[in-house]
Design a binder for this molecule. Structure first.
Ligand SMILES: *Cc1c(COP(=O)(O)O)cnc(C)c1O
Length: 430
């Protein structure tokens, strides 16, 4: 697999190089030079295959020149050892439940795959690898769970103090072993900036083998294409009549959908659903892309003021007109989000997390005017991760999965830090 930088100022790299570098030196993002289109006969056979069989075929088509077919099979079976159910709500709306992995958010797909791929490549390495992750809530623990106990790898998580849910914080700060949690007095954007700067710092890269694990890492992006294909294969709607609604923050999840479409998945359109950090819906409306500091919402994993995967959307879809033909923007504020959680619960006796609620609301509104389509909303986190918000909206308690119950009883261990790059640099060099 050859990957180029979206800024076109860095040389092409292999999948292995892109996985460990995270970001190209020109500050762009790695993108595959070629995204292979699967044959129609393969696409039409997906409805008889399991999730892991589909994932294996897609992974092999993309990176089969660097990891053997047998190894990829072992990796996908290992990584995706949880269910990916589709819940039918309205007649024409399903929720793809991507939250049955170890940390109960969709980040498990990308993070576990990336961790497993890195561990595979590192079997022949001798230097200790440091994985740096900025997290707005769910990424950090998913990555950490993928790497916990793996020899030769240490993970440093940066999260914005007071801006992740209590449960998310416990998931981040109670893992221990080779995982260190840093509590930054700042926003997620600050954390992201600190991490980005660390990779560009010559002094750090001389003394440490640093690598990124954010949604900017291509090894996290690729597996996020698998579940779109799987969900599409399970719908009975004719080709091009399915629309996906994606609750978006950094837009890595949506890029996974676009990759799946490039590989041949016949999809109508994608809805880019956000909270009031509505940079992309605004762009779709006006044509101007205006990143700005993020605003805190109850859908906190989507509190992103400068969606880092945006250049990939341009790389995959082209200019403004094409992007606008393919993506529909929608956003909801906190009050609307609570209403949607309540409505879905009343109508279907079904709990959604605030992020999923935003995707569902956007889809519902769109389908009200497009009756001929059917929609799949990506369920990005387990509602129990947002226990208090769900109670506030519905008056009811969601049942806690055992892994979440377990984490609440543990001791929080974190390192407090300012929001400046020098703070992080000093810590890493120490
Ligand atoms: C990360 C996350 C999102 C946003 O995904 P992006 O790939 O950053 O767009 C949405 N919902 C939940 C629950 C998340 O953890």
């Amino acid at each position: 697999m050859q990957l180029y930088s979206t800024n076109h100022q860095s040389p092409n790299v292999t999948f292995k190089q892109a996985t460990f570098k995270g970001l190209p030196n020109d500050n762009g993002l790695f993108m595959p030079k070629i995204i292979p289109q699967l044959e129609a006969s393969i696409l039409s056979s997906f409805n008889k295959m399991t999730f892991t069989e589909i994932a294996h075929i897609m992974a092999y088509a993309l990176i089969g020149d660097e990891i053997s077919r047998a190894k990829l099979e072992e990796i996908v079976i290992d990584v995706f050892d949880f269910n990916v159910p589709l819940a039918q709500l309205d007649e024409n709306i399903q929720v793809l439940e991507l939250f049955h992995g170890p940390t109960h958010a969709f980040k498990d797909f990308g993070a576990r795959f990336m961790a497993r791929v890195m561990s595979h490549f590192l079997e022949t390495e001798t230097q200790e690898v440091n994985i740096l992750v900025a997290t707005s809530g769910d990424t950090g623990s998913a990555v950490a769970q993928g790497f916990v106990g793996v020899p030769g790898i240490s993970v440093t998580l940066l999260y914005p103090s007071g801006k992740v849910s209590g449960l998310q914080e416990m998931q981040l700060t109670t893992i221990g072993q080779n995982i260190t949690a840093i509590e930054v007095s700042g926003t997620f954007d600050d954390c992201q900036k600190m991490v980005k700067q660390a990779f560009l710092d010559p002094e750090l890269s001389k003394s440490l083998y640093l690598t990124s694990a954010n949604s900017i890492n291509i090894a996290r992006l690729i597996p996020q294409s698998f579940y779109y294909m799987y969900a599409w294969s399970r719908t009975k709607a004719p080709a091009k009549e399915v629309i996906f609604s994606v609750p978006c923050g950094n837009f890595g999840n949506l890029c996974g959908g676009l990759i799946s479409a490039k590989m041949g998945m016949p999809v109508n359109r994608f809805i880019a659903a956000t909270n009031i950090n509505k940079i992309v819906p605004e762009y779709l409306d006006s044509g101007s892309f205006n990143p700005r500091p993020s605003v805190q919402t109850i859908a906190n994993a989507m509190d992103v003021g400068n969606p880092s995967n945006f250049p990939r959307i341009e790389a995959l879809l082209g200019d403004y007109d094409n992007i606008r033909n393919y993506l529909i923007g929608a956003f909801h504020n906190d009050e609307q989000t609570l209403e949607i959680i309540s409505e879905v619960h009343k109508k279907f006796d079904y709990f959604v997390c605030p992020h999923t609620a935003i995707g569902y609301g956007a889809l519902k509104n769109y389908l009200a005017e497009h009756h001929d389509l059917s929609g799949i909303c990506l369920g990005t986190a387990h509602p129990a991760k947002f226990f208090d918000i769900v109670i506030k909206a519905t008056g009811k308690e969601v049942e806690m999965p055992y892994r979440l119950k377990e984490v609440m009883g543990k001791e929080k261990i974190s390192i407090s830090m300012g929001n400046k790059f020098d703070d992080l640099k000093g810590f890493l060099l120490d």
